[in-house]
Design a protein around this ligand. Structure first.
Ligand code: HT7
Ligand code: ZN
Length: 876
């Protein structure tokens, strides 16, 4: 397959001024007529051939300036249609036939539950019609949708409806006009039997915007939360970024079959139903928060992505990193800032760092690809957001806002590059961000080793920072340059109070942002009367691995006294990690393990301290690091040993603090009617953490409590937490009965049944694999629907380490079988699902062999471009 390189970028030879589309919808033969008014790009010379992209299109007619083109005037080469001889300005007409019903890849125009819908990012539009399908070609679109009036009463596209009417044979049409020039990836069309929920938003300039949420009739009771989230996002973007919505209506459609979370098509966002439909009975607290974040994310794209878009797909992080950063800060402002930061960093450190350490590692701005769909990654999204966050850390909030204002103003209506964003930040701040650009170019997670020296006589405390970035595929270690890294920090004295900082002539107060630029840097703090405890990388101010040789006492001290909520949590996690690894080493050496006293003291302190100002942070602090995170900390990973050691520490804490867990449970039971409010969420989080520890002992009383919670719960958060305990603690009859009851109640709701699939797939018991295989035959499962696949197979391979990595290789074999099936029907999902099989580098030789064997079995088949690229990297 062809490799596309960033360095080869050329502006398009011809741009499109207006695009007129007509769709005559039919499942097997939808006719698409396109009229493109085109002209030569001013920077390109005359006489260059016209190049259009298309895939799976049956071309029925093509004409230039009204004259039909004979076959000798154009040629089709793979995904390209080339016309050698075109004038500087012309109109191109085409007609193609496509088959939405046969489209299982869910890219382009496809059917979901009888509804027609589209997904065009990144290169789906070429499955709809021949087009210069690249983000730097921006055109004004007018779209006429024609369909059967009885079965397709709703016909939607981008912008505003400008005409509609009835046609013969029971058909009708609606014509939509989008006044804003846009790239083809933002095109959308929806048609079906949908209900609509409406509301209004008045912008800060007094314009009224009609908000519409389209759903299938059975989902009408799940729309209220998202409508509220949308309004909160619209208001927040006005207040925080000065961004106002620009069309008269904003539409959201919920679709069951969707490859990702949602899509920001101009004025017509299309959502995976799992990312928009919510109701207390069906949705857990984390689900509400996820939905709020995604609704906001897609809305924010209207400016960061749509009004200002990407020049080419290498610039994907320009819109995604920035928009993730925007949705993260929105959620932080709306809920708990420290908890949001803890959750985001946990994802980054567990999943993005693993990507950085594996064969698919790539820079935030990749420089080559085979299949761009493979680059919608944690690195582009989450590390991309961290890079924007670092810019804000370096510039300060106000200057950063001046930067974003200037960026939106300068580049409105344009398709631009990462440099345009960073240079704008440099312009407004006067800071040299030349070195900072390396964050976009260098793959891998930088490491910073910090050493301390204290000179009591001179009252000086010095920290030496040494940074380096390890080798990643295609980038040897020697090629990695030092990065510009903001390290937010403070120093604590022995009583836990912050120390006034004095560096050179600067007196920054109790906290400062160090700007590292060199491979090695030494910073001396003056007037330090006693040896302090440093609190480093507060708020996780840069996406790095920072090592400081803390003693366990220092970690416990930071848990108690640090002013930074994130660092308090982080210190506790590190302490727990050390305690777990102690146990692991003891088990491996055949010795009797014991629980670390310092960890026990810290938990005792946290559970006893009455001033629990931030319950939500406490709920995070009481949870042990995940098996996936712990595995990421090891050079050599022993999956079973990590599982057993973590379980031992959990059980020890459960037993030794039993009384506290019981009290914590009881003090957080609320009778109030469910609300997904921050206050209530933190109570439920604490209660369910307590339930988990109580059940970790396997005590009959605790399982009876879980059973009772399961039977009496009035919301899905409590139901699911209880059911998870019954199933994961292997509560025999109780678990079986609860699973049956759940199934009987919810078999009509696929999104709820997804949760039922997931919690069975993630049970640590050795029966999990057989259960997964059996569930594949259950009516609630379908290989055709990405949500079902993620709920069962994705959950098993990503979150059930002990069973996925079974010593007999059966977990790997199962995943390989499914990936091979999806390779044919949905390559995008296949290439994502296979990723756990590519992460074998730190496992023992036996597991490595088994994983490679599974990958080789996949490689022996005829592969889609998506899967080919991933497998080749993994086996390189
Ligand atoms: N910008 C959207 C990306 C997306 C996507 C990418 C590849 C394949 C399918 C897709 N669906 C949506 C979503 C977002 O980041 O907002
Ligand atoms: Zn996005």
């Amino acid at each position: 397959p062809e490799v596309v390189y960033l360095k080869d970028y050329l502006p398009p030879a011809y741009t499109v001024e207006t695009t007129h589309l007509t769709f005559e919808l039919a499942p097997e033969d939808t006719h698409v007529k396109a009229t493109l008014r085109m002209k030569r790009h001013p920077e390109r010379e005359a006489g260059v051939p016209l190049e259009l992209f298309g895939a799976n299109l049956d071309l029925r007619a093509i004409s230039l300036n009204g004259e039909a083109l004979s076959k000798s005037r154009y040629r089709i080469d793979g995904e390209r249609l080339i016309i050698d001889d075109v004038p500087d300005a012309f109109v191109l007409d085409t007609e193609v036939v496509i088959a939405p019903e046969q489209n299982t890849a869910l890219e382009g125009l496809y059917r979901s539950n009888g509804m027609y819908c589209t997904q065009c990012e990144p290169e789906g539009f070429r499955r709809i019609t021949w087009y210069p399908d690249r983000p730097d070609v921006m055109a004004k679109f007018t779209t006429t949708v024609i369909g059967d009036k009885a079965t397709l009463p709703i016909l939607l596209s981008n912008g505003n409806p400008i005409d509609q009417g009835d046609l013969e044979d029971g058909r009708h049409f609606v014509t939509w006009e989008d006044p804003f020039p846009k790239p083809s990836y933002l095109f959308a069309l929806v048609a079906g039997q949908l209900e609509v929920v409406e509301s209004y938003f008045t912008t800060r300039n007094g314009r009224t915007v009609l908000l519409q949420l389209y759903v299938e009739p059975q989902n009408l009771h799940k729309t209220e939360f998202s409508m509220g989230a949308l309004k909160r996002a619209m208001k927040w973007d006005e207040e925080t970024y000065g961004r106002e919505y620009d069309l008269d209506r904003f539409m959201i459609v919920a679709v069951d079959d969707f490859n990702m979370g949602a899509m920001e098509n101009k004025g017509l966002n299309i959502f995976n139903s799992s990312a928009v439909l919510a109701n207390p009975e069906t949705t857990i607290d984390a689900g509400f928060q996820r939905i709020e974040g995604i609704v906001a994310h897609e809305y924010f794209h209207n400016w960061s992505g749509n009004r200002v878009t990407c020049r080419d797909w290498f610039q994907l992080a320009l819109k995604e990193g920035f928009t993730v950063f925007r949705d993260q800060t929105f959620s932080a402002d709306t809920n708990s800032a420290p908890v949001k930061r803890i959750e985001d960093v946990a994802v980054l450190r567990t999943q993005q760092f693993a990507e950085d350490a594996g064969p698919t590692a790539h820079p935030v701005r990749p420089d080559h690809f085979i299949e761009i769909s493979n680059f919608y990654t944690l690195t582009v999204y989450e590390k991309g957001a961290e890079v924007v966050r670092m810019l804000r850390n370096l510039l300060g909030k106000e200057t950063f806002r001046r930067g974003t204002d200037t960026y939106f103003e300068r580049f409105d209506g344009q398709a631009v590059r990462v440099e345009d964003f960073v240079n704008t930040m440099a312009d407004v701040s006067g800071i040299d961000l030349g070195q900072f650009m390396r964050w976009y170019e260098q793959a891998g997670t930088p490491r910073i080793d910090v050493a301390e020296e204290y000179d009591a006589e001179r009252q000086e405390y010095a920290l030496t920072f040494r940074q380096h970035t390890p080798a990643t595929p295609g980038q040897v270690a020697d090629s990695k340059q030092p990065l510009h890294i903001p390290v937010r920090m403070g120093l604590l004295n022995g009583r836990g109070n912050p120390i006034e900082l004095a560096v050179g002539n600067e007196r920054p107060g109790h906290e400062m942002v160090l700007e590292l630029r060199e491979a090695e840097e030494r910073i001396v703090f003056k007037h330090v009367a006693e040896k302090p405890t440093p609190s480093l990388l507060r708020g996780f101010s840069a996406p790095v691995i920072l090592n400081f040789p803390y003693t366990r006492e220092q970690l416990a001290f930071l848990v108690k006294y640090d002013v930074d909520g994130f660092n308090r949590w982080d210190a506790g996690q590190r302490l727990a990690q050390e305690a777990i690894f102690d146990v692991m080493h003891a088990i491996q050496a055949g010795e009797a393990p014991t629980l670390d006293d310092t960890l026990l003291d810290v938990f005792d302190y946290l559970l006893k301290t009455p001033d629990r100002a931030d319950r939500a942070v406490l709920a995070e602090m009481l949870q042990l690091p995940s098996e996936a995170y712990l595995a990421g900390q090891r050079a050599q990973v022993d999956i079973d040993a990590i599982h057993d050691a973590r379980a031992f520490v959990e059980r020890s804490l459960a037993e030794q603090l039993h009384f506290h867990w019981q009290a914590l449970y009881e003090s957080n039971v609320t009778k109030a009617a469910y609300e997904p409010s921050f206050e209530q969420i933190s109570h439920r989080a604490l209660k369910n953490v307590a339930l988990s520890y109580l059940c970790a002992t396997g005590d009959e009383d605790a399982l009876a409590l879980a059973d009772q919670q399961f039977k009496t719960a009035t919301n899905m958060t409590d139901t699911r937490a209880a059911l998870t305990q019954l199933v994961h603690r292997h509560a025999g009859e109780r678990a079986d009965a609860a699973l049956k009851a759940f199934e009987a109640r919810w078999s009509h709701d696929p999104l709820v049944m997804d949760q039922w699939l997931t919690l069975q797939a993630t049970q640590p018991h050795p029966e999990a694999l057989d259960r997964v295989k059996a569930l594949m035959a259950h009516p609630a499962f379908s290989l055709r629907n990405p949500n079902r696949v993620r709920a069962l197979i994705g959950a098993f391979s990503q979150h059930n380490h002990v069973n996925f990595h079974r010593a007999d290789g059966e977990g790997y074999a199962l995943l390989a079988d499914i990936v091979l099936q999806l390779n044919k029907s949905n390559p995008e999902i296949a290439a994502r699902l296979v990723l756990p099989l590519t992460r074998y580098q730190r496992l023992d030789e036996v597991h490595q062999q088994l994983m490679r064997g599974a990958l080789e079995r996949i490689r022996n088949q005829s592969l889609s471009r998506n899967l080919y690229e991933v497998i080749e990297k993994a086996l390189a």
